[in-house]
Design a binder for this molecule. Structure first.
Ligand code: F6R
Length: 239
């Protein structure tokens, strides 16, 4: 695990360079993306570099980590909507090559097909991850088996509460999601993990220095051979 500590702006630039390098060497790379507030700086930087002609996504394929169950891709809180707005509409990627799990009529059987689609595309070259305060990656909440593939998840109260800020009322927050499993994530050849802010310091410490346990899903990353951890000074403050 390589740990890089810097300002959020510099981290976004450094992480973006990983995409520039990868896509230069492998224009048809398979990229795993995340939503949430943490990747926004990186997505802004990727859009800027794409507009400047320094990177092209024209041949790339993407797979997002997760989606809410029950929200159409046109819903402004769906992760499909988020990705279109914050990245896909701003870069030269072909929309048909972007994959976000479908949140409608989702079952575990259908969800597992997502892993098959990733495999058929050649596997994920570079997976981006953020982390929830409870250690979740994707929507793999504490207790998710390390052998899990893409599946339907019951969201914990802490995740529902954390997401309530994006909805009119807490009753509108979906209670289920579909998420790549831990095994799906661990199958990625390389992983970029980003965490920002003092509120992530405690869980970042557990992830890097704590016991590897399903109770802290992100701790599994200690077992991955190629992880780069991008954290700002506040998130690194307890290391
Ligand atoms: C979303 C995802 C989640 C987020 C996590 C942190 O696709 O994978 O695990 O990374 O909830 O969210 P933010 O970045 O909003 O703190």
């Amino acid at each position: 695990m390589k740990i890089i500590v810097d300002t959020p702006e510099k981290l976004a630039q450094l992480a973006a360079q990983r995409y520039v390098e990868l896509l230069k060497n492998k224009p048809n790379a398979v990229l795993g993306y995340a939503t949430g507030s943490t990747p926004l700086g990186l997505y802004g930087e990727l859009a800027r570099l794409n507009a400047a002609g320094e990177v092209s996504f024209a041949e790339a394929t993407t797979f997002n980590l997760d989606e809410y169950v029950g929200l159409e891709g046109t819903h402004d809180q769906s992760y499909r909507y988020f990705m279109n707005k914050n990245l896909f509409d701003k870069i030269d990627i072909k929309k048909e090559n972007t994959n976000v799990p479908c949140g409608i009529d989702m079952t575990n059987e259908k969800a597992a097909q997502y892993d098959k689609a990733i495999e058929a595309a050649g596997g994920i070259d570079l997976q981006l991850l953020g982390i929830g305060h409870n250690g979740h990656i994707g929507f793999n909440e504490p207790g998710t088996p390390f052998g899990s593939v893409t599946h339907v998840v019951d969201l914990t109260e802490s995740t529902i509460n954390a997401n309530a800020r994006f909805f009119e009322s807490i009753n509108d927050v979906p209670t289920q999601a579909v998420s790549m499993g831990i095994k799906t994530v661990m199958n990625a050849r390389s992983i970029i993990f980003i965490a920002l802010g003092a509120d992530k310091a405690e869980i970042v410490k557990k992830m890097i220095c704590g016991e590897v346990t399903p109770e802290v899903p992100a701790s599994v990353l200690q077992l991955h051979p190629d992880v780069e951890v991008y954290i700002d000074h506040a998130a690194a403050s307890l290391l």
